[in-house]
Design a protein around this ligand. Structure first.
Ligand code: B3K
Ligand code: ZN
Length: 884
């Protein structure tokens, strides 16, 4: 534990800054052993009578000057967190020199080294590890940055804004000066120094300005930038067309680094990316990773407006920029590829991961009211649920009013640091709607349960839907106020969609009257539709119009109807999921009493239709064939029995594989026709269905299927197919494949060991294999030559893959999975607290399991809690999960 007991910070305590910093001039002298940072700030007092208190962490202070005068040690105070100067004028220049050691910085926060290159990560509070500063997002300043370094080792020196000066110095050193004309908070500051090459392109903005687009990578990765560049240009165009937002500097730069705590960072004009989110090539990158590159490039670019031009007042407003930007990037990806597929993927993630977060000890509102360490709040709730909340506003307003609202928001607050309330006020002001109740989505944690019942009155020809909402108590609110829930819906009759007539209900989205949005605002509420000529099947929560757990007792025939006939793609997929859940749950009940319970034939009928109807979108079929994740099924149980879930799910999968063997084979062959490789949605769709079919074929793993899979593995011309086949073999439960598994793993590693991102896939395929050997394998892989405890991508692939994406092995009742994770967290705690705290997540869910597992998980948490040097990040997660 660091010297002081970590403090909780509260939103209610927010106060405006005491000083402003008009100009920030930084000089970095990069030496082999250390870096010297000279910071010159033009400071102005904003509140009378306050001392100057600057944030600083792990800094060696060399000197401090106020108004040109060097201060003696008696004139300032220095502790773990602050530099305080009691007596300062109202307007003055402040200069301080600090010495830092980037080469020893393993936290990957502040200035650090990734391989031979210097780079920075300042969000949220990393700038204070560089120099003393008012490290808070509501202090906006104009930055000028000078970098001095050895020219041979670091020929490229970058910072935010435009390059204004370059100079050759003595002793083989050189100097570059950058100036950023846009005011920004220090969390958007960036610096890069390294031996990098770049690829260039251009974009002409709607108003005719030419922008230079430049991606910096290591020489060996030169050929892997084209996809990121295309994605960037598409994103720039899309933001002009959909939001009317143009780029505002002459140059936009992206730099790829190997060691990075997350996906990427939106520093003004100089985005820094994890290599995994920028590099892509046919041979080395799966389709999923190609799409991730597109999404992340767009996300970071979109932040230029939603985050940089208009930023957050304080970190409690994090979702103001993250939720909105995720919504923007999701819509962009939907427009670039398949809208329904994107939606289904996002909802699957939300339901299996965010719902679990909302149900666990770290549950927090989209606008949290307190935190200990802000790094722990870059969560699925802030990002994904935050995006769902913005999506609901979009649904309630419709696209045109929403656009008016975003225009007003950007115009009103350009150059300011604002709050979630300001965003919603702009939406309110353009629409005249009342958002008071809607704010509960931002202020209350937990996933609402929405129970729906229906009643058809044959005589009156009316159909009534009754909704009851409830939400579990969470730490910030024991008694929940009702949420304002938009439920998009329609009614299906024998011959198709039925016209809807319901008092007070209008559809903001369509002109026809077969689709509408019901607005639930009360704890219990009913809607009666008139003139309904037959008892319909309700199609509810279309496009997943609200992040709720909807419960309606559909019969299996109704689900088959929705699956094949609903006009809403999301509801077709969801009906298929619901059918599978019902069938798996039935098998779970019977598995406890019978050795070989039967599997309802209805699911076979439904899946057969999917496989034989060649008019369906292959991507949708692939998604529908995928049974609900074990994580999502666990979410639906009070006490999660991972063994039972795993075996019941596997039994249903086997049943489908056996009953539809021929259909899977013909689907595989139909999708396997050779075409030129492309990364468009049609090609991605074909590959996804082909590999989904291969997965089912490998459940049999007869000689013929194994041959087919081997053939795909050895002859694939792209990573999606190569990895698909590798995974089908390595994840197989067939003992007879033992030698083949070893063969393909060795061959894959030998082929790709020079490609770190592919090696990560190799780690992941082993750590996520749902087979008993995995618990031993992951321990062995820790000492593999390619594993590196300092590289977050490797940690995520091996440790994260095992603990977050392999529930059956992680929850092994011996506790070996828990011990493995506990040990790794204890190693990582002081080295990289951010990543350690994140990897800890699976242990925090201990209350969800049986008593035996609870004890084992808790024991690991307690061992972590006992660490003598517990970081603030891990402290917060571990104590909240043990004691709440
Ligand atoms: N804003 C960054 C995340 C920073 C995380 C700091 N621990 C990336 C993004 O969301 O775009
Ligand atoms: Zn973001």
């Amino acid at each position: 534990m660091s010297k002081n007991q970590p403090k909780t910070i509260y939103l209610k305590d927010y106060k405006k800054p005491d000083f402003s910093i008009e100009k920030t001039q930084l000089t970095f002298e990069l030496e082999d052993e250390y870096t010297l940072v000279t910071s010159t700030l033009s400071i102005k007092r904003e509140q009378a009578g306050q001392p100057l208190r600057l944030h600083g962490q792990e800094l060696e202070l060399v000197s401090v000057k106020v108004a040109g005068r060097l201060l003696s040690q008696e004139e300032y105070d220095q502790d773990d967190e602050f530099l305080t100067v009691a007596d300062v004028p109202d307007v003055f220049e402040f200069e301080c020199v600090t010495k830092i050691y980037p080469q020893n910085n393993a936290s990957l926060e502040g200035l650090y080294k990734s391989n031979t290159m210097y780079c920075t990560q300042c969000e949220a509070e990393g700038f204070r590890k560089i120099t003393y500063y008012l490290d808070r997002p509501d202090v906006l300043s104009e930055f000028t940055t000078t970098i001095i370094a050895d020219k041979k080792q670091y020929p490229v020196l970058l910072s935010n804004g435009n390059k204004i000066q370059e100079e050759k110095l003595v002793d083989g050193r050189h100097k570059t000066v950058w100036h950023d004309p846009h005011l920004k908070p220090c969390y958007l500051f960036a610096l890069v120094a390294g031996d990098l090459i770049h690829i260039d392109d251009h974009f002409v903005t709607a108003s005719g300005r030419e922008v230079l687009l430049r991606i910096f990578v290591e020489e060996k990765d030169k050929k892997k930038c084209a996809h990121a560049m295309t994605s960037l240009k598409n994103a720039m165009k899309w933001d002009e067309e959909v939001y009317g937002r143009e780029y505002d500097l002459d140059i936009f730069m992206i730099v790829a680094v190997d060691d990075f705590n997350m996906g990427a960072m939106e520093n003004k004009g100089l985005n820094i990316f994890n290599t995994s989110c920028v590099l892509a090539a046919q041979e080395t990158t799966t389709d999923e990773a190609f799409q991730r590159v597109e999404g992340v490039v767009a996300h970071e670019y979109f932040h230029n407006w939603s985050g940089n031009r208009v930023t957050c007042r304080d970190w409690f407003q994090l979702s103001l920029k993250e939720g909105f930007t995720v919504f923007r990037d999701a819509e962009f990806s939907a427009d670039m590829g398949s809208r329904t597929v994107k939606r289904v993927e996002d909802v699957s993630l939300l339901r299996s991961m965010q719902f679990a977060e909302d149900a666990g000890p770290m549950a927090h509102p989209v606008q949290p009211s307190s935190f200990i360490e802000i790094s722990n709040f870059y969560t699925l709730t802030i990002y994904e649920k935050g995006a769902e909340v913005v999506r609901m506003i979009h649904t309630l307003l419709g696209p045109e009013l929403f656009r008016k609202g975003s225009d007003l928001y950007f115009e009103r607050h350009d150059g300011q640091a604002v709050t979630i309330e300001d965003f919603v006020a702009a939406m309110r002001d353009v629409s005249g709607r009342d958002f008071d109740q809607f704010m509960n989505w931002y202020r209350q944690a937990g996933t609402p349960d929405l129970r729906v019942t229906s009643k058809y009155d044959e005589e009156q020809k009316t159909y009534t839907l009754n909704f009851k909402q409830s939400c579990r108590a969470t730490s910030e609110s024991a008694e929940k106020k009702p949420f304002h829930i938009p439920v998009a819906m329609g009614l299906l009759g024998e011959a198709g969609a039925l016209p809807l007539k319901c008092d007070g209900v209008v559809s903001p989205e369509t002109n026809d009257n077969t689709h509408c949005v019901l607005e639930i605002t009360e704890a219990e509420q009913s809607f009666t539709f008139e003139n309904v000529q037959e008892c319909p099947v309700p199609s509810l929560l279309r496009n997943f119009s609200a992040p709720v757990k909807l419960r309606y007792r559909y019969s299996r025939d109704e689900l088959l109807t929705l699956m094949s006939r609903d006009e809403d793609g999301f509801c077709r997929w969801d009906a298929c999921q619901e059918l599978a859940i019902q069938v798996i749950q039935e098998v779970m009940t019977e598995l406890t009493t019978e050795p070989a319970p039967s599997v309802d034939e209805k699911i076979i009928t439904g899946y057969k239709r999917l496989l034989t109807d060649e008019t369906l979108d292959p991507a949708m079929v692939a998604l529908m064939l995928k049974l609900p994740s074990e994580g999502y099924i666990a979410e639906l149980q009070t006490v999660a029995d991972m063994d039972l879930i795993h075996h019941a799910r596997a039994r249903v999968e086997r049943k489908l594989a056996v009953a539809l063997k021929d259909e899977f084979m013909s689907t595989y062959l139909r999708m396997n026709e050779q075409t030129e490789f492309a990364v468009d949605s049609a090609s991605i769709a074909r590959r996804s269905l082909k590999n989904a079919a291969l997965h089912y074929l490998m459940v049999h793993a007869s000689a013929e299927h194994v041959e087919l899979c081997k053939e795909q593995f050895y002859t694939a011309n792209n990573m999606t197919d190569e990895y698909g086949a590798l995974k089908a073999i390595v994840h197989s439960s067939k003992a007879s494949l033992k030698d083949l598994k070893q063969e393909v793993l060795e061959s894959f590693y030998a082929k790709w060991k020079h490609e770190p991102l592919v090696v990560n896939q190799w780690f992941a395929v082993q750590s996520t294999a749902p087979i008993p050997e995995t618990n031993k394998t992951v321990n062995e892989l820790l000492t593999h030559e390619a594993f590196d405890l300092k590289n977050p991508n490797k940690l995520r692939a091996l440790i994260g893959g095992f603990s977050m994406r392999n529930p059956i092995c992680f929850h092994d009742k011996s506790g070996s999975g828990y011990r493995f994770l506990g040990e790794q967290i204890r190693k990582l705690n002081s080295q990289n607290p951010q990543v350690a705290a994140r990897l800890l997540t699976p242990l925090t869910k201990w209350k969800k399991f049986d008593e035996g597992r609870q004890k084992l998980m808790l024991a690991e948490l307690q061992k972590i809690e006992q660490l003598p040097d517990l970081s603030k990040d891990v402290y917060e997660v571990v104590t909240k999960s043990i004691h709440s």
